[in-house]
Design a protein around this ligand. Structure first.
Ligand code: ZN
Length: 140
């Protein structure tokens, strides 16, 4: 039997998303956040990586408006916005933006994760995070 280099497996990460809230992998040695999951910290090489609940906040780094559905399952959604969100903790995530008209999206726009418990969101207000992490405009 082989032992994985990093004890934080993809399954464990997704389980922590479900049970704890919107987490990102954080190196416990240097405290850097990173995403996607890697076998070692990209900043210092440590194998001590744990999922840590984050603010769930960030800003739009880049985006694209999808007008043509890639399959029948998305036909009801077009046009929709696929975005790269730069989280306040550092890592960039590819996601979809919801609760916003595509023409209202701009680079630098503040966003927050929708429907997930976060460090700033009381448990009783957010869902259990059963849906993929999607982002919406931050209330101003
Ligand atoms: Zn590190």
């Amino acid at each position: 039997m082989t032992t994985p280099l990093n004890p934080l497996s993809s399954h464990q990460y997704w389980e922590s998303l479900r049970s704890q809230g919107f987490c990102l992998p954080q190196c416990q040695a240097c405290k850097e956040f990173h995403f996607y999951l890697r076998p070692a910290c990209p900043a210092c090489g440590s194998l001590d990586i744990k999922p840590v609940v984050t603010s769930g906040r960030g800003s739009v780094y880049s985006f694209s408006i999808v007008y043509r559905a890639p399959s029948a399952a998305f036909e009801k959604d077009v046009p929709y916005v696929v975005a790269i969100v730069a989280t306040d903790e550092g890592p960039h995530l590819m996601t979809r933006l919801i609760k916003v008209k595509p023409e209202e999206v701009s680079v630098g726009m503040r966003v927050l994760v929708n429907g997930w418990r976060t460090r700033d969101e009381p448990t009783e207000r957010a869902s259990e995070g059963v849906a993929p992490p999607l982002f919406e405009p931050e209330p101003s």
